[in-house]
Design a protein around this ligand. Sequence first.
Ligand SMILES: [Zn+2]
Length: 83
Amino acid sequence: MSDATIGVVIKGQKYRWIGSEPYTRKDGASSNLNLWETDCPDCGKPWRITSGQYLGTPNKRCPECAKPGVPVRDGMNPKDTTR
Ligand SMILES: [Zn+2]
């Protein structure tokens, strides 16, 4: 037995897998959603995201910090972004 955290790193950001929950699709088929937790690169708060079987290319920022179209810069220091 191991208690090592299961996680993935996508584009330099770590997403911790924290579990799954049952989910019923619109067509009535039962499925599962994966629950992930990641640290927002802007405010540093952990926040949760759900996905289907694969995480794909998830948001990096929490919903409060979401800036559509503004990429997070490498180096985890997005507030220094200059145009
Ligand atoms: Zn945030």
